[in-house]
Design a protein around this ligand. Sequence first.
Ligand SMILES: Cc1cc2nc3c(=O)[nH]c(=O)nc-3n(C[C@H](O)[C@H](O)[C@H](O)COP(=O)(O)OP(=O)(O)OC[C@H]3O[C@@H](n4cnc5c(N)ncnc54)[C@H](O)[C@@H]3O)c2cc1C
Length: 270
Amino acid sequence: MVDVLVSGGGIAGATTAYWLRHHGYTPVVVESAPAPRHGGQAVDVRGPALTVAERMGIADDLRAARTDMRGMSVVDEDGTELMRTTDLTLTGGPVDGPDVEILRDDLVDVLLRATRDVEYLYGDRVVELDDTGARVRVELASGTRRDVDLVVGADGQFSAVRRLVLGPDDDGRLYPLGQHIAVFTLPNTFGLDRWQVFLQRPDAMVGLYTARANTEVRAVMGWSDADLAYDHRDLDHQRRLVHDAFAAGGWRIPEILAGMADADDFYLTP
Ligand SMILES: Cc1cc2nc3c(=O)[nH]c(=O)nc-3n(C[C@H](O)[C@H](O)[C@H](O)COP(=O)(O)OP(=O)(O)OC[C@H]3O[C@@H](n4cnc5c(N)ncnc54)[C@H](O)[C@@H]3O)c2cc1C
């Protein structure tokens, strides 16, 4: 019996746990969030990922949850439509292509259902790793200790496992590009029907796209600022930064910013 600890219960973590289980291993997944971590944009399951999804038996579930967009348009600051197409969308590519565009949340949920028989430890995280040669002694923030054969770091962009094994990220491992994207959910008060709309602006990007059968809208606000620094856990500060970046308004930006305050899945990524 080989024991594996997977740090992170997101897309990579749940998929890794699925295949480990499939091949007879006993993975345990440690996820720092108190419950499955939601939020983020739609992602495209395409190419080799589609093959993997077929082999996992989840491809139909992914298709059932797809964003199912009809097309997109681009508007100017006054809301005047500059272009529209039903051939493609900015986030998903060709509308009639084989790729499956699905919200990150929905993808995580499908993967969690596929790994029901795996042990998930929510609200905990790895704080220390001691490679004893034959085994790895893992200490979690809760004080729990586990001896395992293998530790997999699937804990995202700011991976704790990477830092514990390789040292601090500012040692040249992360290259900030000065681009920032905020993503959050709003009620669909914009009258959008399976549609994406983006504001054309040289210095920033603002977009809205419908999700979950038009019941909600995912808002995306992106801008450049090479000097901007923030703690990725300080959400209030991050919301203020988004407000400051888009204070000049235009199009439906004031409405989007007002809704951001109530969005419990607000996420800002550098
Ligand atoms: C809520 C969220 C929204 C995102 N939105 C976008 C987006 O809109 N655009 C984009 O380009 N990228 C986004 N990302 C970045 C993300 O890394 C990738 O888009 C994609 O989800 C990669 O999948 P992953 O499984 O590698 O990492 P993630 O999906 O990031 O999953 C990592 C998981 O590990 C957990 N975790 C983090 N630290 C620890 C720790 N120390 N111990 C245990 N668990 C930990 C996280 O809570 C998360 O559940 C988002 C990430 C998150 C968590």
